[in-house]
Design a protein. Structure first.
Length: 303
């Protein structure tokens, strides 16, 4: 029987973690269609998370010191995992009852399986789905390197690859997350996609919650994310020079729009000049001198 390991990283989640673990433990098909291993790594929570988890019958571990992000726990979980397939779950993700069984249906087609998901955005009081549609089947097959090239060139129209949606084959468990910053996964996803095919289930199989501060607007986060992503793309430049160049220009464009949004027009102009000269970026660049307030009022700058 196939075994699925689920790695759950936790920090100060006393209000959500019991429900999160219960959703995983009560997946359809457990001990019938597959065996389940739940590995939980607590990053030195200061609330009741750890004591709640001790009562839930999971493999529970605790970092010696707070690492400042989930990646250290994810890497430890990858080291411990005994499953044929591995999933990841954040401490406030809520899985559909049939998430695992529906993903396992395609386990023989590719080593990487993702799915659509739903978002409860409490910050902006909205709920929406991110699901790819297929008129011919309930899944999409991405042949070798298709999703890799999409990710490398920062093409957001490709496969949904949010970490919580992924199921990976155990052969990919040797690829580790960065721990210098401890919370960026772009480089990891890029590495697992390289020279692999993948599957996307055309259905929302879990729900993400957004109910805290917007990390994407944090200056330190954006700086570290830019540097790690830049280095990850550059590491493939000898193999894929043109596509890496496209990805780096797209990355500069994204970083420029961040500075544009927070009102740092000097840095916005600096990165727009290094980005791809699309009509949108040219217009953004022009309005860094005048008109940015109107643009930010009526347009989604990160869109």
């Amino acid at each position: 029987m196939v075994t699925v390991s689920v790695i759950v990283t936790v920090y100060n989640s006393e209000t959500t973690i019991e429900k999160v673990i219960s959703r995983i433990k009560n997946q359809s098909g457990v001990n019938i269609d597959f065996e389940l291993e739940i590995i939980v790594i607590d990053d030195c929570s200061t609330d009741k998370s750890y004591s709640i988890l001790k009562q839930m019958g999971v493999k529970l571990y605790k970092n010696k010191i707070n690492s400042g992000g989930p990646n250290k726990g994810r890497n430890f979980g990858l080291k411990l995992a005994k499953g044929d397939f591995i999933c990841f779950c954040d401490h406030d993700d809520l899985w559909n009852k049939d998430k695992i069984i529906k993903m396992l249906e395609f386990r023989n087609l590719a080593p990487i399986i993702s799915s659509g998901y739903s978002v409860n955005d409490f910050l902006n009081s909205r709920t929406f789905n991110r699901v790819k549609n297929s008129s011919k089947s309930k899944y999409l097959k991405y042949e070798k390197n298709i999703s890799f090239f999409s990710k490398l060139t920062k093409n957001n129209s490709g496969q949904n690859l949010y970490l919580g949606s992924l199921m990976i084959h155990k052969n990919l468990s040797k690829i580790k997350f960065e721990e210098d910053f401890g919370m960026v996964d772009y480089d990891w996803i890029l590495k697992i996609l390289h020279n692999n095919s993948s599957i996307e289930v055309c259905e929302s199989l879990y729900t993400r919650k957004i109910n805290e501060g917007n990390l994407s607007l944090d200056r330190d986060y954006r700086k570290n994310d830019f540097e790690i992503t830049h280095n990850a793309i550059k590491s493939f430049s000898q193999l894929y020079q043109k596509k890496s160049a496209i990805g780096i220009k797209k990355l500069h464009g994204s970083y420029a729009r961040y500075f544009y949004l927070v009102g740092d027009m000097f840095n916005a102009r600096t990165h727009f000049l290094k980005s791809d000269f699309s009509l949108k970026n040219i217009l953004y660049f022009i309005t860094t001198f005048a008109g940015s307030k109107i643009v930010k009022k009526y347009f989604n700058v990160f869109g």
